[in-house]
Design a protein. Structure first.
Length: 123
């Protein structure tokens, strides 16, 4: 499935929806979308992973960098709707502790507090 990346503002967040596979070939496209979202004064990023089928180490690195950059600017970064394979990869790499992770987009929008520290919420 070809990669599709979209961004929209919902509540106080920029929701970045990833559809398809995130690998080395998709790195520049995802980085551009992240850069756009981080251009705001206090970026609050929320990655919707519900339609992401695969992510490699390059993609994981981009998510970690996005989170670091957002926090340095006084913002936040959270993930929602990861598939079981993505949840497993995050647990194996220890990244589940680095992000707020929500089971649904609605949960993320309802519960995410931009000022809260990262606490994993994997089902």
């Amino acid at each position: 499935m070809p990669l599709q990346i979209s961004g929209e503002h919902r509540r106080a967040f920029t929701v970045i929806r990833i559809v398809g596979e995130v690998d080395k070939t998709a790195e520049s496209r995802l980085r551009e979308k992240i850069d756009e979202a981080l251009a705001s004064a206090s970026p609050r990023l929320l990655f919707d992973l519900s339609s992401m089928n695969f992510i490699d180490s390059c993609g994981l690195r981009l998510l970690v960098q996005a989170s670091s950059r957002a926090h340095r600017c006084g913002g936040t970064c959270a993930l929602c709707c990861p598939k079981p394979s993505t949840r497993r990869l995050m647990r194996l790499t220890g990244l589940d502790a680095a992000f707020d992770v929500y089971p649904t987009l609605g949960d993320a929008l309802a519960e995410a507090r931009p000022e809260s520290p990262a606490t994993a919420r994997l089902p």
